[in-house]
Design a protein around this ligand. Structure first.
Ligand SMILES: *[C@@H]1O[C@H](CO)[C@@H](O)[C@H](O)[C@H]1NC(C)=O
Length: 221
């Protein structure tokens, strides 16, 4: 019995790590808006850690990552760029800045690091309904020259165009109400998987991608 027990314990240890056999990488899309508190938590505490994990290569489970910063926006007049974002004007600014950053930052890890840095700024968000989005912060997360491209995009018609494209993506995906942040896999709507992703992205990703021992994936260890 003792021998069996020890064997079980050691197998348990060996298994306490996801297996990358038989997985099918999935497309991951994150719908979010820049000021909602749980959106600000998701990238720094769940998505970025999946990209930087040193124990398991979660990125091997993702065939494509798409970030869609938009959320719940009332379009008053698209021609004259009059929009009402859920958390005020600063959120529209943030959504435009993120849209430009996502376009111009060439690699996804840098994109997630930049977004996490913006999400982690505390004082800028205290009076967020009336404050402005901290568009000039976190430049040190970007390779040289990139910030000027992002801010040129933000200050031009291109920023609005990207904002509108993300609006079309969001409204065509959500034909009935949902919460953001919302994670979809392979462009399908599944509210249970979306909820479970907010609780534990790594575990949900493993499950959807077919990792046999998906229970050993966790955002919280
Ligand atoms: C929207 O804005 C454009 C440009 O300012 C203006 O010409 C148009 O009349 C506006 N439309 C509405 C419905 O207010």
């Amino acid at each position: 019995m003792a021998v069996l027990f020890l064997l079980a314990v050691s197998i348990g240890c060996v298994l306490a790590r996801p297996s990358s056999e038989n997985v099918t990488p999935v497309e991951v899309t994150l719908y979010y808006e820049t000021m909602c508190p749980s959106c600000r938590l998701f990238v720094p505490s769940q998505l970025l850690p999946a990209y930087t994990d040193t124990k398991f290569d979660y990125t091997s489970l993702i065939s494509k990552l798409t970030l869609v910063p938009y959320g719940w926006v009332k379009v008053k007049n698209a021609t004259s760029h009059e929009y009402q974002c859920q958390h005020g004007q600063s959120e529209c600014e943030g959504n435009r800045l993120h849209s430009c950053a996502i376009k111009y930052i060439p690699d996804q890890l840098t994109t997630l690091e930049y977004i996490s840095c913006l999400d982690n700024l505390e004082s800028e968000y205290l009076a967020f309904e009336s404050s402005v989005y901290p568009i000039d912060k976190c430049q040190d997360k970007l390779p040289g020259g990139l910030y000027s491209k992002i801010i040129d995009c933000y200050n031009s018609e291109e920023g609005w165009t990207l904002f509108q494209i993300n609006g079309e993506k969001t409204t065509s995906f959500f034909t009935s109400p949902a919460y953001v942040p919302y994670v979809s896999y392979n462009n399908k709507r599944d509210d249970d998987l979306a909820d479970s992703s907010i609780e534990d992205f790594k575990m949900t990703l493993c499950k959807v991608a077919g990792v046999v021992n998906w229970q050993d994936c966790s955002s919280w260890n």
